[in-house]
Write a protein that binds this ligand. Structure first.
Ligand code: NAD
Length: 445
């Protein structure tokens, strides 16, 4: 099938590549000329495991094209995806300017019947707005082209996006039009072979489903971070508590890891946007507000531990902190809303210096922070330790899991480790003569 995808970010590029991989003819459109030029030359703008070879192979075979020319992409496309960003607006609601700009573009270029599929995370009612916008543009051109708008929220996880796209848990389709559902079933058939993963519902429910999924996951994280706080206060170890509750299948093991708070481009903005939707409909979203508030507080928690260890901010002036991990989670270079950003800023505000290493996010950090005298971005974890007084681990990359504690003891001037992801056993760290501060491990605190 011929497909056009607007937006070549994490969602658009990965979805487009996976659709091409199973044989569809895909044209990816972006307004970012540099990104499109780069992609044509095989430069992949994001880090996702497995993505680069797939993009190159499908591009070389002619099934995956890149353009800034919306008209070219829309001509001949039976299915047109919207996969552009929906960042938070000033009041926390989703900013629909990019989604509606694409809708206008579609209305200006559409010549033949097509299904417009909204993959961006958008508030309930957006499909109606997209429909009205396209219809308005078609009317302005005096055109009468049949089109439908379907909601198809995306559930891929950064860091495992290709895998999630090739083997989705579920494919949610929101539409009341059986013909549209039938076309999309055909499009997704290669991803839906072993058992039926397609869940069909009305458009509004599909739009809400995406927010409910992210809000549920964020809730689990904030819940666990709250338990971690209590554990710290009462002298319990949240890691024992986690093992004790995760074994209950009603609770499960996923998303019950306490840490330095959730970040990324989705949870923070989606929890806010859902709360906004509730408020706009006269509801007081008590739980969502608490989930967000707990997370905001938690992002500052590593620095609180730093203050507790050093007995205040005054001593931090002139200290050097090694930071392991900048991305908001492992296996991605994405630093949007990352907890590391809060910690870095707090350390800088206190007059400390930072030597940071992340396996994938150093370029992104360079782009965000530019050149500054109190930041050195390093090429290796070991290099970040040179001349450092303390180490803080902020992202749980696998390569940080088994450090040589004896070596850390030698190099860290103040022999202290702040672990924002509970990667280590307190006994192992302390046996090496290093003070260990982790999340919710009252035993060591
Ligand atoms: P992104 O910021 O990585 O990419 C968006 C892309 O859209 C950019 O390349 C931008 O240049 C392009 N764009 C903006 N306006 C355009 C236009 N008019 N025409 C063509 N391209 C345009 O965003 P993302 O992370 O891929 O997220 C896209 C949507 O998917 C968001 O709504 C997000 O909430 C949702 N989502 C994201 C994830 C994730 O893990 N990143 C997962 C599920 C859903």
């Amino acid at each position: 099938m011929h497909v056009a995808i607007f937006g070549t970010g994490y969602v658009g590029l990965v979805s487009g590549t996976c659709l091409a991989e199973v044989g569809h003819e895909v044209t990816c459109v972006d307004v970012d000329q540099g990104k499109i030029e780069g992609l044509r030359q095989g430069i992949i703008p994001i880090y996702e495991p497995g993505l680069e070879p797939m993009v190159k192979a499908n591009h070389a075979e002619g099934r995956l094209k890149f353009t800034t020319d919306a008209g070219e992409a829309i001509a001949g496309a039976e299915i047109i995806f919207i996969a552009v960003g929906t960042p938070p607006d000033e009041d926390g609601s989703a900013d629909l300017q990019y989604v509606l700009a694409v809708a206008r573009t579609i209305g200006r270029h559409l010549q033949a019947p097509a299904i417009v599929v909204d993959k961006s995370t958008v508030p309930v009612g957006t499909a109606d707005k997209v429909r009205e916008t396209i219809a308005g543009e078609l009317a302005a051109r005096g055109m009468d082209v049949v089109f439908d708008v379907v909601s198809n929220p995306e559930f891929l996880k950064e860091g495992a996006a290709v895998e999630d796209c090739m083997r989705p848990d579920r494919i949610v389709l929101g539409s009341s039009n059986p013909a549209s559902i039938e076309r999309l079933r055909k499009l997704y058939a290669p991803f839906n072979r072993s058992h039926d993963r397609i869940v069909v519902m009305d458009v509004r429910s599909a739009e809400l489903t995406k927010y409910a999924a992210n809000a549920m996951l964020a809730t689990k994280i904030s819940f666990m971070n709250e338990i971690a706080r209590i554990a710290e206060a009462v002298g319990a170890d949240v890691e024992h508590v986690r093992r004790g509750i995760g074994s209950d299948p009603r609770i499960g093991w996923h998303f019950i890891y306490p840490g330095a708070g959730y970040g990324g481009s989705c949870f923070p903005k989606d929890v806010q946007a859902l709360a906004r939707t509730a408020a706009q409909n006269g509801l007081d979203p008590l739980l969502l507000k608490a989930v967000e508030a707990v997370n905001e507080r938690q992002k500052g928690h590593l620095f609180e531990l730093v203050l507790r260890h050093y007995g205040g901010a005054a001593v931090l002036r002139g200290k050097t902190f090694a930071i392991w991990g900048l991305a908001f989670k492992p296996d991605t270079d994405d630093m949007r809303e990352a907890s590391s950003r809060r910690l870095l800023q707090q350390l800088w505000d206190a007059g400390a210096k930072v030597r940071a290493f992340d396996p994938e996010a150093c370029d992104e950090a360079r782009r965000i922070f530019g050149q500054r005298p109190d930041l050195v971005l390093c090429d290796a974890a070991e290099q970040a330790l040179e001349g450092a007084d303390a180490l803080a681990v902020v992202t749980e990359w696998k390569q940080f899991r088994s450090p040589d504690f004896a070596r850390l003891r030698q190099v860290l001037g103040d022999a202290v480790l702040f672990d924002g992801r509970n990667l280590y056993e307190p006994e192992d760290v302390e046996a090496a003569g290093i003070a260990y501060w982790a999340i919710g491990r009252g035993r060591s605190i």
